[in-house]
Design a protein. Structure first.
Length: 194
């Protein structure tokens, strides 16, 4: 199995785009001071992806975080949605989400969420309350915005709200050509709300 660090070494250089709505707190920058000092803090990112295309979106998003904090200060965990049907992997992925500073869900828009994804969320979400963090939703869209895009985003936004997480949605256009790079902006975040 490849590690998150192995996955980040591949791919195109990312570009930054603004999130759809500003986060409540500046999760990336709030932790950066700690991550770069001698405390040994590791910035943790838990990624769950639907397929190799969605995984590539998450890799592109995670790369600048790794560059900002330094590879030795970032811990990535990677799990495919399909692998969450294995109870041991489900527990491992849920524990990673519970401990993560940022949870990344990279999926294609659909009328219904994959049952494995919902089961994973049901395991970590009740344990996550009152921890600072963010849920980044990378949602694949086949064309013009369709109702399933809205349902996918609404579901993940409700998860973020229940977990008191910043919600950072981004739609990815599904095209015949792979990969216009994308990352969440980590240098120009909206100021934390009071």
């Amino acid at each position: 199995m490849e590690t998150g660090n192995d996955l980040l070494e591949r791919g195109q250089e990312p570009i930054s785009v603004e999130p759809a709505e500003p986060p409540r707190q500046n999760v990336f920058l709030a932790e950066s001071e700690t991550a770069l000092d001698d405390s040994g803090y590791e910035f943790k990112i838990a990624v769950v992806y639907q397929d190799t295309l969605a995984q590539s979106w998450a890799i592109q998003m995670c790369r600048p975080v790794r560059q900002k904090f330094g590879g030795e200060n970032v811990q990535n965990t990677w799990h495919s949605v399909r692998s969450l049907s294995d109870p041991e992997i489900l527990v491992e992925a849920a524990n990673a989400a519970f401990a993560a500073d940022v949870i990344v869900v990279a999926i294609h828009a659909a009328d219904e969420m994959p049952p494995e994804l919902c089961a994973w969320i049901d395991v970590w979400l009740p344990r996550r309350l009152a921890r600072v963090g963010a849920l980044a939703a990378l949602i694949g869209v086949a064309g013009e915005t369709a109702p399933e895009v809205s349902r996918t985003q609404e579901y993940l936004q409700a998860v973020a709200r229940r977990g008191l997480l910043d919600f950072l949605p981004h739609e990815r256009k599904l095209t015949a050509e792979p990969g216009v790079p994308f990352t969440l902006p980590i240098t120009e975040q909206a100021p934390a709300s009071a």
